[in-house]
Design a protein around this ligand. Structure first.
Ligand code: NAP
Length: 285
């Protein structure tokens, strides 16, 4: 078997074209475009690169936004003051708190300060609580992008056995909850899970969200399974990013697979922008 590719790059392009049309209509109706502001650590090259990519795609569909850079000298009170100002500013529709913050800052306190109506990355305790409770709210961008990929390719989760490897607050946990919302039977694995390969072999849908290059091997995968690789890892001596799944091995047995790059990554950004457009439409009426 040779797995079919779930092309996140192509789907993201389509989503962004649709968002561009919504932004045009919003501007025609209200005279305003969405504004997504970003708070990011100035000393973190990976974060700055992600934010630049997000900014470029936002610019293409006329989503405006300011960037605020945190340094090693930024005080906690300054960040909270900034977030409170952005919460209160009606011109700002969404705020992205790019992880990680400089070490001296309490990131959880910053997340708690951000109003749920502007949490377009869906990562504050308020938004995550809404997900747990099944209430409307912004869903976390990466798992939301994965859900959109599954839906786009007509992959039914209902009644399926799903295994999510990873339990981070921004990825593994919300992914498990979203698969549960889709009526899958979900198991969450982590670094203390015993006999992970056998557990993975039980999965109809396997999501790898670990941060370990090519940890998931082809023989961990049930023939015909759907394999979603959320990992982005740097490997010395190899150009570009490497996923958590051994793509060559896995694509021989899986029915569907996401590539790295070009799978989950572009859909994360598309989902963030889509949440920002939703936020602007809700605020502008
Ligand atoms: P994280 O916070 O480091 O969490 C990693 C999770 O993997 C933890 O729950 C950890 O378990 C688990 N884990 C670590 N080693 C394991 C092992 N040997 N066996 C089983 N589980 C293991 O990472 P994250 O932020 O969720 O990110 C995960 C990956 O996704 C990274 O490669 C990251 O770059 C990527 N990512 C991609 C996107 C995107 O847009 N595509 C967005 C965010 C993140 P414990 O909880 O027990 O420590």
């Amino acid at each position: 078997m040779s797995a079919r590719i779930m092309d996140g790059k192509a789907l993201s392009r389509q989503v962004r074209a649709e968002l561009g049309a919504r932004v045009d209509r919003l501007r025609a109706r209200t005279g305003h475009v969405p504004r997504l502001d970003v708070i990011v650590a100035a000393q973190d090259p990976a974060s700055l690169a992600y934010v630049r990519m997000k900014r470029k795609w936002a610019d293409e569909i006329c989503i405006e936004g300011e960037s605020y850079e945190l340094t090693e000298r930024t005080a906690q009170g300054e960040v909270i003051g900034l977030i409170e100002r952005l919460n209160a500013d009606p011109a700002v529709h969404g705020v992205l708190l790019q992880h990680p913050f400089p070490r001296q800052l309490n990131e959880n306190a910053a997340l708690l300060a951000l109003g749920a109506a502007k949490d377009v990355d869906g990562i504050t305790p308020q938004s995550l609580g809404r997900l747990v409770a099944g209430l409307p709210g912004f869903r976390c961008a990466t798992p939301l992008g994965i859900v959109r990929l599954l839906e786009h390719y007509g992959i039914e989760a209902q009644g399926k056995r799903a295994v999510v490897i990873g339990r981070s607050v921004i990825l593994g946990k919300p992914m498990a909850l979203m698969l549960l919302e889709m009526n899958a039977t979900v198991t969450v694995a982590h670094s203390k899970t015993v006999n992970l390969p056998d557990l993975c072999r039980e999965a109809d849908i396997l999501v790898a969200a670990v941060g370990r290059a090519e940890m998931v091997k082809g023989d961990w995968i049930e023939p015909g399974a759907v394999v979603i690789d959320a990992g982005y890892n740097k490997v010395e001596g190899r150009a570009g990013d490497v996923g958590d799944v051994d793509f060559a091995g896995a694509s021989k047995v899986a029915a569907w697979i996401t590539p790295v790059p070009g799978g989950v990554g572009p859909m994360t950004v598309a989902s963030l922008l889509s949440n920002a457009v939703d936020a602007a439409e809700a605020a502008l009426g």
